[in-house]
Structure formats: structure tokens, C-alpha cells
Design a protein around this ligand. Structure first.
Ligand code: ATP
Ligand code: MG
Ligand code: FE
Length: 341
């Protein structure tokens, strides 16, 4: 089965073609990062317009790279939510119209299910059940996964998502948008001994997380440095290092707790923040010590992309699931509502 996947939930237009026999055969991505960088964050109206501009050319380019005709497609998968409503509608209306014209089924995919299943695009796929740490720009969740569509939310963030904390920290330190990669790169030059940031919520039971306190801690540390006339690049790097270590430690402690609670030893980490080196290295060490397994998407599939949507949609289409024309976009949508396949 040949499935075209379309992602447009935020500021990335992603298109891919997944073959359920051969795997991923083509994928293209257009990022709007430069467009939004001047505003320090995503401007929804500009995002929708840019998706409209880029969707058709990207679909044509992807078909060409895959060397297939549109009439060969068996189904279309598009991100139906959660995300920015205008951006979602841009992708879903293109997807629905194309499916209607080609007389093939279309399925609305949950963006976070796409992220969660992204490691399945690699050769070494995790078996079910596993614990998934899903950390992105808008979410920080720990989920027990027993199969596709069998998701139990074990923990969530009480305030900012992990990626959001990276982005806000970057903004405070004037490192540009999006913040994750910039904070992480500067942290490489930082001295880990200089500042010690708190590990939020680790002394409390449970699996919920909170990251907004770290942002305040960053702000206070940076303002103190400015007062002491020490607002140097090195100070920024030292703050980035302390911040990143605090996030990585916190996530590692929560993952360990989730694995113990559910009596599992298989961990999947996905979403934009799963690209972070420090977090990967701490989680690798945890799973090595536990003699368990850990899986990540390849770096380019940690952040938004069409491949993960094509994969997740293909699994649902294969199982006979599709949506009728009324199903357009769902800006708020819980993973736990999804049907099993
Ligand atoms: P959601 O998936 O929750 O709707 P999103 O689609 O905006 O949100 P993603 O595309 O999954 O989020 O990831 C983007 C986020 O990942 C940004 O917050 C970005 O700063 C963060 N990020 C990307 N690379 C890194 C990195 N190396 N280290 C830390 N954070 C990173
Ligand atoms: Mg993005
Ligand atoms: Fe995302």
C-alpha cells in the first residue's frame, strides 16, 4: 500500500510517501523557521499562508522523487490535530481534496501519534509494550504504549513543555528561535560546575513534570550575572549547560520511575527534544544500567516531518480505518481517545 503523508500542524510543511512493503520511499520538508524567527515565535496566520504556498509544490516534488504517479497512491494521511487550526486546515483540505479526486481513502492522523511512532521508521523497531517519553515544543508526556492506539497517559507537564522551556530559555538569553538546538550547542562550551539548577518535581511522587520554574531560574541567574557585570558569552554557555543538565536529569528520573511503575524495560523517546544529545546520553546510560532497550527516531525525524504522518496513517489505513469528508481538523485532541488498530 502506497500512502502519501502530509504534515502541517505548526511551522513545518512535510510530505512523504510510505510503502507498507518497502518502507519510506521519499520525503520532503519545508521549514518556516526563518519566517517566524524575526518575531521570536510562530505567527499562526503567516504559518497557514506559507503551508498553502508550499503544499502543492512539495507534494509534486515528493511524487517525482519517489518516481510514482499520483494515480498509484492507495491512501492519504494528514495531520488532523493537535496544532494550529489554520495550519491544520491548510494540510487537511489539500489532503481531502486530493483523496476525493483520486477516489482513495484519507485518514486524519494525531500529530503526537506520528511523533510517538517515528522510531518505527528505523530498521530496529521497538516491540510493544513500551514506555514512551514524548517531548516536543508543545508536549511533555510519559505514556504506556501497548499497541497502536493503545495509549495510557502516565504523566504530563503541569505547565511548559520541555521544548517550550528550551525555546523560552533561548529567548531570555537572546539565542534566537527555535531555542533547543541553540541552547544545546552553546551548552557544549559551558562549565557544568558553575551553576546548579533545581531538578523540578523529582522529590515528589508521580510522573508529572514541570518546567516553567527552570525558566524563572534562568532569568534570575542571568539577571544576577548582568548586575555583577558578568553577562559574557561564557556565562550564557554556563547557564545553558546547567539548564540542559537539569532538564536531562529530570526526564531521566521520570523515565526510570515510569519503567519501574509499569514493570517494563523498553523505552522510546520521541518529539523534537529527543534530538538533544545530553538527554540521549543520560537515557542511554539509564537503559544500559537497567540492561533494557532505548529507541529514538533518526535526528531529522525528531522534529515535525511528513514521514511520521505517512507511517502512522498507513498503519491505520492498513487496518481499514479512514475518515469521511466531515473530518477536517481537531486542534485539541487527546491521544487516549484514539481507536486501537
Ligand atoms: P508538538 O509536537 O508538541 O505539537 P512541535 O511540533 O512544535 O510541538 P517538535 O517539532 O516536535 O514540536 O519539536 C520542536 C521543539 O523541539 C522545539 O521546542 C525545539 O526547541 C525543540 N528541540 C529541537 N531540537 C532540540 C535539541 N537538540 N535540544 C532540545 N530541544 C530541541
Ligand atoms: Mg517546528
Ligand atoms: Fe511536533
Amino acid at each position: 500500500m502506497l500512502v502519501l503523508g502530509i504534515e502541517s500542524s505548526c511551522d513545518e510543511t512535510g510530505v512523504a510517501i510510505y510503502d507498507t512493503d518497502k518502507g519510506l520511499i521519499a520525503h520532503t520538508l519545508y521549514t518556516q523557521v526563518e519566517l517566524h524567527a524575526q518575531y521570536g515565535g510562530v505567527v499562526p496566520e503567516l504559518a497557514s499562508r506559507d503551508h498553502i504556498r508550499k503544499l502543492t509544490p512539495l507534494i509534486l516534488q515528493t511524487l517525482e522523487e519517489a518516481n510514482i504517479e499520483r494515480t498509484e497512491l492507495d491512501g492519504i494521511a494528514y495531520t488532523a490535530g493537535p496544532g494550529l487550526i489554520g495550519a491544520l486546515l491548510a494540510g487537511s483540505s489539500v489532503a481531502r481534496s486530493l483523496a476525493y479526486a483520486l477516489k482513495i481513502p484519507a485518514v486524519g492522523v494525531h500529530h503526537m501519534e506520528g511523533h510517538l511512532l517515528a522510531p518505527m521508521l528505523e530498521d530496529n523497531q521497538p516491540d510493544f509494550p513500551f514506555i514512551c517519553l514524548l517531548v516536543s515544543g508543545g508536549h511533555s508526556m510519559l505514556i504506556r504504549v501497548d499497541g497502536i492506539g493503545e495509549y495510557k497517559l502516565l504523566g504530563d507537564t503541569l505547565d511548559d513543555a520541555a521544548g517550550e522551556a528550551f525555546d523560552k530559555t533561548a529567548k531570555l538569553l537572546e539565542l534566537g528561535y527555535p531555542g533547543g538546538p541553540n541552547v544545546s550547542n552553546l551548552a557544549l562550551k559551558g562549565n557544568a560546575e558553575r551553576y546548579k539548577f533545581p531538578r523540578p518535581m523529582v522529590d515528589r511522587p508521580g510522573l508529572d513534570m514541570s518546567f516553567s520554574g527552570l525558566k524563572t531560574y534562568t532569568l534570575n541567574t542571568w539577571q544576577a550575572a548582568i548586575k555583577e557585570d558578568d553577562a559574557s558569552e561564557q556565562t550564557k554557555a554556563d547557564i545553558c549547560r546547567a539548564f540542559e543538565l537539569a532538564v536531562a536529569d529530570t526526564l531521566t528520573i521520570k523515565c526510570k520511575r515510569a519503567l519501574e511503575q509499569e514493570n517494563l524495560n523498553r523505552l522510546v523517546v520521541a518529539g523534537g527534544v529527543s534530538a538533544n544529545r545530553e538527554i540521549r546520553s543520560k537515557l542511554d546510560a539509564l537503559m544500559k544500567k537497567r540492561k533494557g532497550e532505548v529507541f529514538y527516531p533518526r535526528l531529522e525525524f525528531c522534529t515535525d516531518n511528513g514521514a511520521m504522518i505517512a507511517y502512522a496513517g498507513a498503519q491505520r489505513l492498513l487496518a481499514g480505518q479512514s475518515n469521511d469528508l466531515n473530518f477536517a481538523a481537531t486542534p485539541r485532541w487527546s491521544l487516549e481517545e484514539l481507536p486501537k488498530i
